[in-house]
Design a protein. Structure first.
Length: 195
């Protein structure tokens, strides 16, 4: 695997031909995003880890049925979403969603914000998390996949197993609800979610 990074299509072909190193590269490439997606569904790190691992096992077994020319990321996200939903149904866990796992871990060269600015940013983030937590699963996942995972609408639709129009309508409703909640005084937003 030395030299230039391989494209997903090349990795899929090599994996289908039995190259385990190629599949290891797919796992390394997508492990983080699949974990975050599973976490949005399960709301528990242990369940998200299990769902991610099981999704990679299922994807490996099904690599021969992958439609060549299709993007890999939405296919993997759909598998992990289904696996995570199965875990939620079987365990019936209902913990609050924490977006810590989805928080962008960018390293910035900017100067550190003042303590006051950091406190305000943390408060705003907590209000946003609480507002997103208050959404129903369909809207919450549409927001998470589109904005926290950065998927295009079509890829979010594929990953969630719904039509693109469904993603658009869920996003529209969710954004309206979020605007309303975030415009209200902070005491009216339910608390929840850790940062």
């Amino acid at each position: 695997m030395e030299g230039r990074p391989l494209e997903d299509a090349e990795l899929i072909e090599r994996t289908a031909a039995g190259d385990r190193d190629a599949y290891d590269e797919i796992v390394r490439r997508y492990q983080g995003v699949l974990f975050r997606a599973a976490y949005f569904v399960t709301r528990a790190a242990a369940d998200a880890e299990d769902a991610t691992q099981e999704a990679f096992v299922k994807a490996y077994r099904a690599i021969g049925s992958f439609r060549r020319g299709s993007p890999l990321k939405p296919w993997l996200l759909r598998i992990v979403t289904n696996e995570a939903r199965n875990r939620v149904r079987s365990s019936a866990r209902r913990a609050n969603l924490s977006l810590r796992a989805a928080e962008d871990r960018r390293i910035s060269g900017d100067a550190a914000p003042s303590p006051e600015a950091a406190a305000l940013e943390r408060e705003d983030r907590q209000r946003l998390i609480a507002a997103v937590n208050s959404l129903g699963e369909g809207e919450r996942l549409a927001v998470a996949y589109r904005y926290f995972l950065g998927l295009e609408e079509a890829d979010a639709a594929t990953a969630l197993g719904v039509a693109r129009g469904t993603v658009k309508s869920r996003l529209s409703r969710a954004m309206g609800r979020l605007r309303e909640q975030l415009a209200e005084p902070s005491s009216s937003v339910p608390s929840g979610g850790e940062v």
